[in-house]
Design a binder for this molecule. Structure first.
Ligand code: ATP
Ligand code: MG
Length: 487
């Protein structure tokens, strides 16, 4: 894995190139339009690419799809009429597939519809997914290149691939169909979702995170968001290769984790907080006992000695809740060396800061915030909301002595995810928490196809923890903190 930063001499801090954007070769989402072909009217405004353009297929294709949709509906009905649903759970995959092929073959014949082999195979697969899996969502769940699946009512399913949202041509038959699939997912985990209980969080069998909100709160049909579980989480070297941060920053972070600084990963929704946290955890020594607390278990730590906890929301009768705070309090009695809380968003902040202050240094968590400063305000707010009445100065001093480092993760407008800032908390100056930024992502422009041009750079400020790093054997060369001058 990542080795300790040793020699500054080889490969002198190379000027950082406009790094390749996250993952995978570019998917030309929509073919580039020839700009000259259209009206010569000069406008100061840029053309807004229509994301929905891809959806409008030629008429004939549309009709064919519609016809196929009708056939599917018919077949599905036939299937439900003919299959012994109660025996389904016991049926082997092979039997079930054979049964579906037989019933659909018969029904197609009755309808006088002729399909070619591929169409028949696709249809049978869809029917199988419908009966056994999660219907139209199944194909997207299987698709490795999809990160997130976002459903806005039955007719609009979006996916995120390589940081970009795309509208798919997959649809549900209607809202009832969508609701049936939602119900299937949540009832499998013993939850319910209906008019009186219109939103739910759950975890799919494969570990993916699932959230749904149904009408009437969701106005135009049910809203579903799925964050796919990645079996192979991105590691430090993957993230360096993707241009999420540099090798120099990785070396710094390694020193920070190994020397047990308390770290907060801050960022917006889907900015890569959990991924970063997971990658940072790889720097923890194998001999340490680590306890993790999450709402949905996403972290995949490589160490041997890991205890994982998942908090639990109340059940339908409002009972049985085990909050993140309950888990955290209990974790402190379980002799942890480090505690990792997937996300701090409520009253557990008190116990988290206390843990960080009292011997469980090297702990880590994430928060939703747009900058290090903003992150600290979030912490202050959380403490206030938890009903702790403390003068602001005392609150800040508690934060400043607990948190050492704030790492900012961002999803930039071109879909790339980068560590846009690493900031150290150095203490208090009067009533104010003092901080210093050590690394940052410097944007310099935009390419014609809207990719961000920029580079990572040190700020020229020497780390407050340099001595500590040195004492622990992490002697970081001074030049990694120097500003990088763009060519
Ligand atoms: N640097 C990166 N390059 C490419 N993909 C990334 C990068 N970082 C994260 N991802 C992907 O982006 C998605 C979101 O990442 P992640 O779950 O870490 O975000 P998050 O900030 O924790 O989201 P949430 O706010 O929903 O908890 C994941 O599918 C992850 O694999
Ligand atoms: Mg997360």
């Amino acid at each position: 894995m990542f080795s300790r930063y040793k020699k500054p001499s080889e490969g002198e801090a190379k000027p950082v190139k406009a790094a390749p954007t996250a993952a995978a070769p570019e998917k030309a989402a929509a073919p580039q339009k020839a700009p000259a072909a259209q009206a010569p009217k000069k406008s100061l405004m840029k053309d807004m690419p229509s994301k929905l353009a891809a959806a409008s297929a030629p008429d004939k294709e549309q009709k064919r799809k519609q016809r196929l949709g009708e056939i599917k509906l018919e077949l599905h009905r036939a299937l439900l009429d003919n299959l012994n649903l109660s025996a389904l759970d016991q049926a082997t995959e092979k039997d079930l597939r054979a049964e579906i092929v037989a019933i659909s073959g018969e029904t197609l014949e009755d309808m006088g519809v002729v399909l070619n082999r591929d169409e028949r195979a696709a249809l049978n697969q869809e029917l199988y997914d419908e009966v056994k899996g999660l219907g139209p969502l199944e194909a997207l769940l299987q698709d490795e290149s999809v990160n997130d699946i976002l459903v806005n009512g039955p007719k609009r399913i979006f996916v995120e691939r390589a940081g970009k949202l795309e509208l798919t041509d997959i649809t549900f038959k209607d809202e009832k169909h969508l609701l049936r699939i939602i119900d299937k997912i949540v009832s499998a985990v013993g939850r319910r979702v209906d008019e009186s209980n219109p939103y739910v969080d759950a975890r799919l069998a494969d570990g993916s995170r699932f959230n749904a909100m149904v009408p009437p709160i969701a106005v135009d049909g049910s809203l579903v968001s799925i964050r796919k579980f990645k079996k192979d989480k991105l590691g430090i070297s993957d993230l360096v290769n993707f241009g999420a941060f540099t090798e120099e920053m990785a070396a710094y972070l390694q020193a920070a984790v190994a020397t047990r600084l308390n770290i907060i990963v801050s960022g917006g929704t889907g900015s890569g907080k959990t991924t970063t946290l997971n990658a940072l955890s790889s720097f923890i020594d194998n001999a340490e006992r680590i306890l993790t607390i999450e709402d949905t278990a996403e972290l995949q730590l490589q160490q041997v000695h890991v205890g994982r906890m998942e908090s639990r929301p109340p059940n339908v009768e409002g009972k049985g809740e085990v909050s993140p705070r309950d888990c955290l309090k209990n974790a402190l009695r379980m002799r942890p060396d480090r505690i990792i809380v997937g996300e701090t968003r409520g009253e557990e902040v008190i116990d988290m800061l206390q843990a960080m202050n009292t011997g469980h240094d090297g702990s880590m968590t994430t928060i939703h915030a747009n900058s290090a400063r903003d992150g600290v305000s979030r912490l202050e707010n959380m403490i206030a909301m938890a009903g702790i009445e403390m003068p602001i100065k005392a609150v800040r001093s508690q934060i400043s002595s607990a948190v050492n480092l704030i790492v900012q993760a961002s999803r930039l407008q071109d879909g790339s995810r980068r560590m846009t800032s690493i900031t150290e908390i150095t203490g208090m100056e009067g009533d104010v928490i003092s901080m210093q930024e050590i690394f940052r992502f410097q944007r310099v422009g935009l390419t014609p196809d809207n990719k961000i041009i920029g580079h990572f750079t040190g700020t020229g400020v020497r780390s407050h923890f340099s001595e500590r790093f040195k004492l622990w054997g992490y002697d970081l060369p001074a030049h990694i903190f120097e500003p990088v001058v763009a060519e």
